[in-house]
Design a protein around this ligand. Structure first.
Ligand SMILES: [Fe+2]
Length: 273
């Protein structure tokens, strides 16, 4: 599929819909229901991303066992999804936790679909030391890095200097729809809006854990963008850039979301959790 074709719908690059391999969907039925809810919200491509510890990439046999388990479960669920939703493109990557300084990202199965992009997260939602250098070193393996739920980590300074340093290293930034709806608390919501104000976020994703009691949070995020009159940013963050990232292209710059003075505060109070 070409990038232009992918842009016809929303592409979601971060979710946990492979049953039984992490804390996401437990059964095929969970995954089918999750997919239906995402299709109802205009999602046409899902690259689902089971959790994987970076430490495991240094233990070849354990990694093989784990990837074989994920492959098997993914093949089963994607056959069920294809049968019910032939219109949906359902692909796989991983969300690799950087819980060691030197994970080996050479296995193509760690990357988003057949791209050169690895979705990575810092361990325990805390930011370790020397992260710009870690990113620089990892990218020497010939991969591009997409930092998962960038708004959720603790330990940023007021000016988000570390986020700027990650961007300077060439890392791309993904934020979760749910943060705008208060899913991760007020601090994460404010951090995400501050990053959107600066035009730093490259794409949005659901990080949907595919269980019936959980929400997808896309409508609420959409309402925030409408309130901010940021339709073009929404299109870039949900359709264009995710398609470009998985299609091997650079994401396009996202215009900073500028509200008239006081608009940000108004939006924050409107969408209090
Ligand atoms: Fe995740």
């Amino acid at each position: 599929m070409t990038i232009a074709e992918l842009e016809d719908g929303i592409t979601d690059l971060h979710s946990h819909l492979v049953p039984g391999v992490d804390d996401g969907s437990r059964t095929t039925e969970d995954a089918l229901e999750a997919v239906q809810r995402m299709i109802d919200r205009e999602v046409s491509t899902i690259v689902t991303t089971p959790h994987l510890s970076g430490l495991l990439t240094r233990r070849r046999d354990d990694l093989e066992t784990r990837l074989a388990d994920v492959d098997r479960a993914f093949a089963e669920v994607s056959a069920a999804i294809r049968a019910r939703h032939p219109e949906l493109t359902f692909l796989r990557g991983h969300e690799v936790m950087l819980d060691c300084p030197d994970p080996d990202l050479s296995d193509q199965r760690l990357r988003l679909a057949s791209s050169d992009v690895v979705l990575v997260e810092w361990p325990g939602l805390r930011i370790p030391l020397e992260t710009p250098r870690v990113l620089e070193r990892l990218q020497r393996q010939g991969v591009r890095l997409l930092i998962a739920h960038v708004e959720r980590y603790r330990g940023y300074d007021e000016e988000l200097a570390l986020v700027e340093a990650w961007r300077a290293e060439g890392a791309m930034l993904q934020a979760n729809y749910g943060a705008l709806c208060g899913r991760y608390g007020e601090d994460a919501k404010v951090r995400m809006l501050r990053m959107l104000e600066r035009g730093w976020v490259d794409c949005l994703a659901s990080d949907f854990h595919g269980r019936p009691h959980l929400r997808v949070h896309m409508e609420c995020a959409r309402r925030v963008f409408e309130e901010l009159h940021a339709d073009e940013a929404w299109r870039l963050l949900t359709r264009v850039n995710p398609a470009r990232i998985v299609g091997g292209a650079k994401p396009l710059p996202v215009p900073p979301i500028e509200g008239e003075p006081g608009l940000l505060g108004k939006v924050l109070s409107l969408f209090r959790s």
